[in-house]
Design a protein around this ligand. Structure first.
Ligand code: G
Ligand code: G
Ligand code: MN
Ligand code: NA
Length: 254
C-alpha cells in the first residue's frame, strides 16, 4: 500500500529512468540495439527494479500512464540517436498486459512517432506469452495493427507459457526471445540444449528472428552462434545501464 501511493508521486516527480541493455548480433559482435528496462529511483529505498513495482502498477492502473511515459521516453531516445550518429539502433520496449488490453495504444504510438519523426521500424514492442494470451483475439488485432505500421513485435520469455506453439500460428511476429531459463544450463543440460536449438530452427523456418536473453558466459554465446541464433543479450556483453552510458559505449565502438 505504501509503495502504491508513492508510485503515483514518483511519476510526477520524475523518479523513473529507462536503463538500456545492449543487444548484440552474434555473427559480427555489433550492437544492433537495446532493450529498455524501467528503474525507479526511490528517495529512501534507492533503485527499485520493475519486479517490485510493475505488479502494483498493473493492479492500481498506474501502469497506463507509466507505460505511456516509457513509450514517450523510448521514442525520444530514438529521435535523439538520429542526431548523434546512432540512428541505426533499434529500441525494444516491454508492454504490460493492461497496455495490450486497452484501446489507446495504437493511437498513442501514431502520435508519438509522428511528433518525434521516428521510423516505426526502429521500435520493437515485447509482449509476454501470458500477457498475449489473456485475451488472444484482442492481442491478435493489436499485433496486426503494430505490424501494419511497421512497428516490430517480439514474444518475450518464449517457452515459459502454456501455448507457445499455438500463438506462433495465431499472432504475426518479427522475433522470438528465448527465455533465459533455457539459456542458463545450455552447456550442461542436453534437454535445454535441444530445446534452444530446436526453437532457433523453428523460428527460422517461420521466417522469424531469434534473440537469446540471459547470456552470461562465452560458452553460451558460442553454442548460440554455432546454432545460428541471430542475436544475444546478457551480462556477458553488458548489464542494463543509463542511456548516456549506453550512448557513450556504443558510439565509441563504431
Ligand atoms: O530489468 P529487470 O531489469 O529486472 O526487469 C524485470 C522485469 O520487468 C522483466 O520481465 C521486464 O520485462 C519487466 N520490465 C522492465 N521494464 C519494463 C517496462 O517498462 N514495462 C513493463 N511492463 N515491464 C517492464
Ligand atoms: O523483459 P525480460 O523478462 O526479458 O527482462 C529481462 C530481465 O533479465 C531484466 O531483469 C534484466 O535485468 C535481466 N537480465 C539481463 N541480462 C541478464 C543476464 O545475463 N543474467 C540474468 N540473470 N539476468 C539478466
Ligand atoms: Mn523483455
Ligand atoms: Na524475458
Amino acid at each position: 500500500l505504501l509503495l502504491e501511493s508513492r508510485l503515483w508521486q514518483a511519476l510526477e516527480q520524475q523518479e523513473f529512468e529507462l536503463y538500456l541493455q545492449p543487444q548484440i548480433d552474434l555473427a559480427s559482435g555489433a550492437v544492433i540495439g537495446a532493450e529498455a528496462l524501467l528503474r525507479w529511483h526511490h528517495p529512501e529505498l534507492g533503485t527499485v527494479g520493475p519486479d517490485r513495482f510493475i505488479p502494483i502498477a498493473e493492479e492500481s492502473g498506474l501502469i497506463l500512464p507509466l507505460g505511456e511515459w516509457v513509450l514517450q521516453r523510448a521514442i525520444d531516445l530514438l529521435a535523439h540517436w538520429q542526431t548523434i550518429g546512432l540512428g541505426h539502433l533499434r529500441l525494444a520496449v516491454n508492454l504490460s498486459a493492461r497496455q495490450c488490453q486497452g484501446h489507446g495504444l495504437l493511437a498513442q504510438l501514431d502520435r508519438m512517432l509522428a511528433e518525434a519523426g521516428v521510423d516505426p521500424a526502429l521500435l520493437e514492442l515485447e509482449i509476454t506469452e501470458s500477457a498475449a494470451m489473456q485475451d488472444p483475439e484482442r492481442s491478435r488485432a493489436l499485433l496486426q495493427g503494430l505490424r501494419t505500421r511497421g512497428i516490430r513485435v517480439a514474444i518475450d520469455d518464449f517457452g515459459t507459457g502454456y501455448s507457445s506453439l499455438s500463438y506462433l500460428k495465431l499472432f504475426e511476429l518479427d522475433r522470438i526471445k528465448i527465455d533465459r531459463g533455457f539459456v542458463k544450463d545450455i552447456e550442461s543440460d542436453p534437454n535445454d540444449a535441444a530445446i534452444v536449438s530446436a526453437t532457433i530452427g523453428l523460428a527460422h523456418a517461420l521466417g522469424l528472428d531469434v534473440i537469446a536473453e540471459g547470456v552470461e558466459t562465452i560458452a553460451q554465446a558460442d553454442f548460440l552462434r554455432a546454432h545460428h541464433c541471430d542475436e544475444a543479450q546478457g551480462y556477458l556483453f553488458a548489464r542494463p545501464m543509463p542511456a548516456a552510458e549506453f550512448e557513450r559505449s556504443t558510439g565509441a565502438t563504431l
